[in-house]
Design a protein around this ligand. Structure first.
Ligand SMILES: NC(=O)c1ccc[n+]([C@@H]2O[C@H](COP(=O)([O-])OP(=O)(O)OC[C@H]3O[C@@H](n4cnc5c(N)ncnc54)[C@H](OP(=O)(O)O)[C@@H]3O)[C@@H](O)[C@H]2O)c1
Length: 322
């Protein structure tokens, strides 16, 4: 019938067939698929037979990273303070050997990151395992809960020693051998709290801000030596981090926080760490939209961000006192 408008769906189909949009679309999808496949193969090749050192491998995200990198064919050096937990993980990984991919028996090195002397000595031990290190994953860390007014400076120092001075001491001790080989990759697990500060987490947020700053400087300084630097900032992960956190007087917090319990699974986050390393990403946020939005708010509307944080502090204090 003259003047009758064809429905939009028919119009779209007409347009597609008349202007060859469909073949073009399929071509683009094909190219995108091939690009993704090549990226994936490049990522796998980067990790396979690569010497990867993981600190804090006894628990949470570190343990899951060990599983994921082992399965991807990396040669692992697992670090932590608890020798039994490291040996148990080594047994588990060795037993999980599949015939599809060549996997390697991990080495273990025990040391306390809060002890700089022990950390530097451990770096020499780490280097002896395979003769060199390709990827260092600075994962170990502790959290903190408390008010600034109640917290002793010794507690601030303890958090800084584990989360900041330990990882930088290990990094500095391993860097010369990487520079000599003109090859290496330093990965650091920071936190969303390395980009924004949440009330009652002062020592933790400060240590993660310092971490972010240090490794950003390192990235720039190491570029000419061919060393990669990746900073990964996750949101909440369902691990024992809050349970192991220290409080204002240095005692153990000992409770699983609601936010942590609702966090992402460490196995899922470990896959994101593998992808970030394989793709040689520089700075990665691994979080839902809300923490990501908070980072933008802190940058673009700091006044609003500070008001929200003050409101949060008031609320938390009120619910604690009631
Ligand atoms: N869970 C979260 O919501 C979350 C969010 C953002 C970022 N992160 C970061 O993710 C990383 C891993 O934490 P997680 O969540 O897996 O917590 P976790 O389960 O408590 O694991 C922490 C690991 O760090 C090790 N560690 C702590 N203090 C150490 C020291 N002085 N020397 C050597 N190793 C030490 C622990 O070893 P021991 O067995 O010897 O104690 C443990 O293996 C941390 O850097 C944390 O800040 C976690």
């Amino acid at each position: 019938m003259a003047g009758r408008k064809s429905p939009p769906k028919e119009k779209v189909m007409d347009l597609m067939s008349s202007t060859s949009i469909l073949p073009l679309l399929l071509g683009c999808l094909g190219i995108f698929g091939i690009y993704q496949l090549l990226q994936w193969m490049r990522m796998k090749a980067y990790v396979q037979n690569t010497v990867v050192v993981i600190t804090g491998a006894t628990s949470g995200l570190g343990r899951e990273c060990a599983r994921v990198f082992h399965a991807a064919g990396a040669k692992l050096v697992l670090c932590g303070r608890n020798i039994e937990a490291l040996e148990e993980l080594t047994r588990e990984l060795t037993a999980s050997h599949t015939s599809q991919k060549q996997t390697h028996k991990p080495y273990t090195v025990t040391f306390d990151l809060a002890d700089t002397g022990a950390t530097v000595a451990a770096a020499a031990e780490i280097l002896q395992c395979f003769g060199y290190v390709d990827v260092l994953i600075n994962n170990a860390g502790i959290s903190y809960r408390g008010t600034i007014t109640d917290t002793t400076v010794d507690v601030d120092k303890r958090v800084m020693e584990t989360n900041y001075f330990g990882p930088i001491a290990l990094t500095k001790a391993l860097l010369p051998s990487m520079i000599k080989r003109r090859q290496g990759h330093i990965v650091t697990i920071s936190s969303i709290q390395g980009k924004i500060s949440i009330p009652f987490r002062s020592a933790y947020a400060a240590s993660k801000h310092a971490t972010q700053a240090f490794f950003d400087c390192l990235r720039a300084e190491m570029e000419q030596d061919g060393i990669q630097v990746t900073v990964i900032s996750p949101g909440y992960i369902y691990t024992n981090l809050s349970v192991n956190a220290i409080t204002a007087d240095g005692s153990r917090y000992g409770a699983l926080d609601k936010n942590t319990a609702q966090g992402r699974s460490p196995a899922e986050v470990a896959q994101d760490v593998l992808a970030a390393v394989g793709k040689r990403k520089k700075d990665v946020i691994v979080a839902d939209w809300l923490p990501s939005l908070a980072i933008y708010l802190r940058t673009l509307a700091p006044g609003l961000f500070f008001s929200i944080m003050a409101f949060r502090a008031r609320n938390e204090r009120k619910s604690k006192n009631s």
